[in-house]
Design a protein around this ligand. Structure first.
Ligand SMILES: Nc1nc2c(ncn2[C@@H]2O[C@H](COP(=O)(O)OP(=O)(O)OP(=O)(O)O)[C@@H](O)[C@H]2O)c(=O)[nH]1
Ligand SMILES: [Mg+2]
Length: 394
């Protein structure tokens, strides 16, 4: 056990291969009684080493996957009531032009947009211009395009009914229609009425309160109790910088980090706020975060090996997920035993493995010990998922 602590000073997983293999040697199954990780569970595609150090400026943003937005279309421009007169023809007739149409608010899929951070609570399109004399038509307002990620779902805020699913790369959805421009008095000129003095007002733009949410937020979600080390792990495997602190519920909003592999495939991992027993009854931070877990393709259960009876954490986590949605806990998943550098963790790990009958990826996110096998396994889960998706599509 002492040897773990001695080697634990490595600075970054990617620069410490020699130290990691030294740690692996001392934690091998022959010395600790642990079951070795089956090589077939690991991908052969290695994660890429980050070439740049992380920025120290405070630019980090949490990930937004759900927003309630009021969409308001632009008003149509009013029609104009006017009469022209020329030299020698004082009453030349009505010449009030029509107003321009108000703009629509349109949601359009863009591959480069990954989250809903940029959506504000109110999104409004421009109004059409008024009509003018001499039959001048007011300018139609440009539509307001709002870029959203692929896989965005739009729901009615009142009933939560899904009204649009933007799952094709060229999908668009008109969230609020603009009002039509009003007719000017020239439009109302008839043989019966040669001098109409009426003109229409422009139509009022549609106003809708909609929920915009993402179907998938990441390829993998880190699920665990508060303080299990989820944020520390995300910092270790990606360039994301969620806050880490030694008190529960440090993370209040999801963060997403990206792991890049040597074939340039990217796997997104979400750090989800901690769950506790009774979360489905709104204890702790409640079920709002179970909703984020639902949107991850596979799950990494992060278990804190430094606490007594860590297998209870796993049971509680699975129970909460099942209470929220049947079958959710059985999504493709892996068990991560964190804080292996802490005394007693090795003993807890052996007992945990014995009880759950599944390989546990034991590591220390803080000391960067044995992080790489988890990244290789994650890639394997990701590839398997892609393959099964492709098969079901064919
Ligand atoms: N010794 C040790 N401490 C760790 C390790 N990983 C995380 N910690 C510590 O555990 C504490 C909690 O870490 P966080 O990463 O904030 O935990 P979290 O799961 O994100 O917690 P919440 O955001 O509250 O859900 C911090 O003090 C970390 O330094 C580890 O591998 N070894
Ligand atoms: Mg956290």
């Amino acid at each position: 056990m002492m040897r773990y602590v001695q080697i634990a000073a490595c600075s970054r997983w990617c620069h410490s291969t020699a130290r990691i293999s030294a740690v692996r040697r001392c934690s091998s199954s022959s010395t600790t009684g642990r079951r070795p990780i089956d090589p077939s569970l690991l991908s052969t595609v290695k994660p890429l080493k980050p070439t740049k150090s992380k920025s120290s400026t405070d630019t980090k943003k949490h990930f937004v996957d759900y927003r309630v937005v009021n969409f308001v279309g632009g008003n149509g421009g009013d029609g104009c009531s006017a009469f022209s007169s020329y030299a020698g023809k004082e009453w030349a007739g009505p010449d009030g032009g029509d107003g321009g149409n108000g703009g629509h608010v349109i949601l359009a899929v863009n591959h480069n947009v990954k989250s809903l951070n940029h959506l504000t609570g109110l999104i409004r399109a421009k109004n059409g211009d008024k009509g003018r004399s001499k039959c001048c038509h007011g300018k139609n307002a440009d539509h307001e395009y709002v870029e959203v990620p692929l896989g965005t779902i739009v729901k009615l805020a009142e009933t939560y009914e899904t009204i649009a699913d933007l799952e094709a790369s060229d999908s668009v959805y008109v969230a609020a229609r603009g009002g039509a421009g009003g007719k000017g008095n020239h439009f109302f000129l008839t043989n019966e009425n040669r001098a109409p003095v009426i003109a229409e007002l422009g139509g009022i733009g549609e106003s809708r309160r909609l929920v915009v949410e993402l179907k998938t937020i990441a390829d993998a979600g880190l699920v665990g109790f508060p303080n299990a080390g989820k944020s520390t792990l995300l910092r270790a495997i990606s360039r994301a910088r969620p806050k880490v602190a030694a008190y529960p519920f440090t993370t209040l909003k999801p963060h997403v980090g990206v792991i890049e592999y040597e074939d340039y495939e990217q796997v997104a991992v979400a750090d989800i706020p901690g769950l506790i027993h009774g979360a489905h009854q709104n204890r702790g931070l409640g079920i709002s975060f179970l909703k984020h877990i639902e949107r991850c393709v596979c799950l990494l259960y992060v278990i804190d090996l430094s606490v007594d009876e860590p297998w209870r954490q796993l049971d509680d986590l699975k129970f909460e997920l099942e209470q929220y949605q049947r079958g959710l806990s059985e999504r493709p998943h892996a068990i991560v035993g964190n804080k292996i550098d802490v005394p007693d963790a090795a003993r807890n790990l052996i007992e945990l493995e014995r009880r759950i009958d599944m390989p546990v990826f034991a590591l220390s996110a803080k000391r960067l010990i044995d992080v790489e096998p988890l990244m290789l396994h994650l890639r394997k889960l990701y590839d398997d998922h892609r393959r099964s998706n492709d098969d079901s599509a064919n």
